[in-house]
Design a binder for this molecule. Structure first.
Ligand SMILES: NC(=O)c1ccc[n+]([C@@H]2O[C@H](COP(=O)([O-])OP(=O)(O)OC[C@H]3O[C@@H](n4cnc5c(N)ncnc54)[C@H](OP(=O)(O)O)[C@@H]3O)[C@@H](O)[C@H]2O)c1
Length: 266
C-alpha cells in the first residue's frame, strides 16, 4: 500500500540516532539537505555525528533525551518546532534488544523492553500527533522488526514489543488517513549494528546499516506503509507466517535448530 511519499528536504526528527540504523539514516538525510534533529540518551555520540555532517547540505540539531521520558519528548518537539518550524517526518527508531529465554525470565528486562520499545514510541506519538493532526500533515515512521511478524526464539520480550508496534502502526494508519497524517512501519531483517554485534547465532542476509538507511529513505519517498528489507529474507518470513500456527512453530524450530536441543525431561 502506498501514499504520498516524502518529497523536498524538510525537518526530520530521528530517535535512537546515536548509532546503527538511526545514525545512518540521519547521515543520509542530512546529506540530502534535511534538517535532522537527533535524539538518544547519550549526548556525545550525537555531537560526533553532528561534527561529521558539517559540510553536508543539511544540518544536524542535537536534542538528547530518553524516549521513556514523556515530558522530555514533548519538550524536544516544542523546542524543535519553535526553532525550525513543523516536523515533516519523524522516525521513531529508538529500541533495545534484550534477548531472553524461558529459562531466564527476567521481569526487569521485560519492563525495560516495554518502556523503551513501546512506551518510547507512544511518548513520541503523544508529542507529535496533536500537532500533525492540527495541521493535517506530516509522516511518522515506527521502526519495528520482522520479529513482530511471529514468535522467534530468545525474543520473549523484544518480539512482543515489535508485534505491538506493527499493530499500533496499522491502527494509526486506519485512523490517521482522514487527518492526512501519513504512517509507515519499518520492519528490517538483520542489520549490522551494535545491537546485533554480539548475537551468537547466524544472521541470514544481514545488511550494513547504510543499506538499511537507503531502503528506509527509499520507502519513505515512495510513501510506503510497510518498509521491509532485505526482501529475500523478510518475504520468506511473511510466507511462513501464513502457515497454520502449529506448522509455523514447527518450521521455526527446525530453521533455528531449536528442535535439536535436548529434551529437558531426559
Ligand atoms: N539491527 C537489527 O538487526 C534490527 C533489526 C530489526 C529492527 N531493528 C530495530 O531498529 C532500531 C534501531 O536498532 P539498531 O540495531 O540501530 O540499534 P543500536 O545501534 O543499538 O541503536 C539503538 C539506538 O537507540 C538509542 N536508545 C536506546 N535506548 C534509548 C532510550 N531509552 N532513549 C533514547 N534513545 C535510546 C541508542 O542510543 P543511547 O543508548 O545513547 O540512548 C541508539 O541510538 C531498533 O528499534 C531495533 O529494534 C534492528
Amino acid at each position: 500500500m502506498s501514499g504520498n511519499g516524502i518529497k523536498n528536504p524538510g525537518l526530520v526528527w530521528i530517535t535512537g540516532a546515536s548509532s546503527g540504523i538511526g545514525r545512518a539514516t540521519a547521515k543520509l538525510l542530512a546529506g540530502e539537505g534535511w534538517t535532522v534533529a537527533v535524539t538518544a540518551r547519550s549526548q556525545e555520540p550525537l555531537e560526533v555525528l553532528a561534527s561529521e555532517c558539517t559540510s553536508f547540505k543539511g544540518r544536524i540539531r542535537v536534542l538528547a533525551g530518553d524516549v521513556t521520558d514523556a515530558a522530555r519528548m514533548a519538550e524536544i518537539v516544542e523546542v524543535l518546532e519553535g526553532e525550525c518550524g513543523p516536523v515533516d517526518l519523524a522516525i521513531l527508531n529508538a529500541g533495545i534488544y534484550l534477548p531472553m529465554e524461558v529459562t531466564d525470565i527476567d521481569l526487569h528486562k521485560f519492563r525495560t523492553s516495554l518502556d523503551v520499545n513501546l512506551m518510547g514510541v507512544a511518548n513520541g506519538l503523544a508529542a507529535l500527533l496533536p500537532k500533525m493532526i492540527a495541521r493535517k500533515g506530516g509522516r511518522i515512521a515506527l521502526v519495528s522488526s520482522v520479529t513482530g511478524y511471529g514468535g522467534l526464539p530468545t525474543s520473549l520480550a523484544y518480539g512482543a514489543t515489535k508485534a505491538a508496534l506493527i499493530n499500533m502502526a496499522e491502527t494509526l494508519k486506519i485512523e490517521l488517513d482522514r487527518h492526512h497524517v501519513a504512517v509507515s512501519v519499518v520492519n528490517p531483517g538483520f542489520v549490522e549494528t551494535p545491537a546485533t554485534d554480539e548475537n551468537p547465532f547466524p544472521m541470514p542476509f544481514i545488511v550494513p546499516s547504510e543499506t538499511a538507511a537507503k531502503r528506509i529513505v527509499r520507502g519513505l519517498k515512495k510513501g510506503k506503509f510497510e518498509i521491509t528489507f532485505p526482501r529475500r529474507f523478510t518475504y520468506l518470513l511473511k510466507l511462513i507466517n501464513l502457515l497454520p500456527r502449529r506448522w509455523y512453530v514447527a518450521v521455526v524450530k527446525r530453521a533455528t535448530g531449536w528442535d535439536k536441543l535436548p529434551d529437558a525431561a531426559s
